[in-house]
Write a protein that binds this ligand. Structure first.
Ligand SMILES: [Zn+2]
Ligand SMILES: [Zn+2]
Length: 170
């Protein structure tokens, strides 16, 4: 697991990055982008909205949704490949895997080296060529296990944690 650390971009960095993608850097976009890249918890759109609203009270949830979609389109943000209705976003676009707690919904990063997509190539050679692979490991996190919440989480018939793979670009 990687240690959470703030990756907040400087406004200059963001300006250059947005310019390179032909995107206008509005104040709201900068706030959303900064919030997402600084977050270590893979927030959903609503969480991003709540956090940005503390600094930009006029921002709408719709703007956050649209901005996240634009960021994804340009490869400046990623969506964690998870099932479920609530999309979770990642400001860290470097290749990495995820550990997802089915009990509290927390998502942590797992270094790409743990499941090297290059090592996968050999076993799927008959199928084709691997571009990338992102694994989501589902289970119960330590905090939930310690609090006993994990027992309840496992009781509702969820399948055992199985590494799932899905294409990174969705
Ligand atoms: Zn948990
Ligand atoms: Zn991540």
């Amino acid at each position: 697991m990687t240690t959470p650390e703030s990756k907040k971009p400087t406004p200059d960095h963001a300006r250059n990055l947005f310019a390179a993608h032909g995107l206008k850097l509005t104040h709201q976009r900068l706030e959303i982008y900064s919030e997402l890249t600084a977050a270590c918890d893979h927030p959903c759109a609503e969480t991003v909205w709540r956090r940005v609203r503390e600094r930009v009270p006029t921002i709408s949830l719709d703007t956050v949704y649209r901005t996240l979609a634009v960021l994804r389109e340009h490869g400046l943000a990623a969506r964690v490949p998870m099932d479920g209705d609530t999309a979770r976003f990642d400001g860290d676009i470097s290749p990495h895997h995820h550990l997802a707690c089915e009990c509290c919904g927390r998502i942590d990063d797992l270094p790409i080296s743990e499941f090297d997509p290059a090592a996968l190539q050999e076993s799927v050679a008959g199928w084709g060529r691997v571009r990338d692979a992102q694994v989501v490991i589902r289970g119960i996190c330590c905090r939930c296990l310690e609090s006993g919440a994990g027992d309840r989480g496992l009781a509702d018939g969820e399948p055992a944690p199985v590494p799932g793979e899905s294409a990174k670009i969705q």
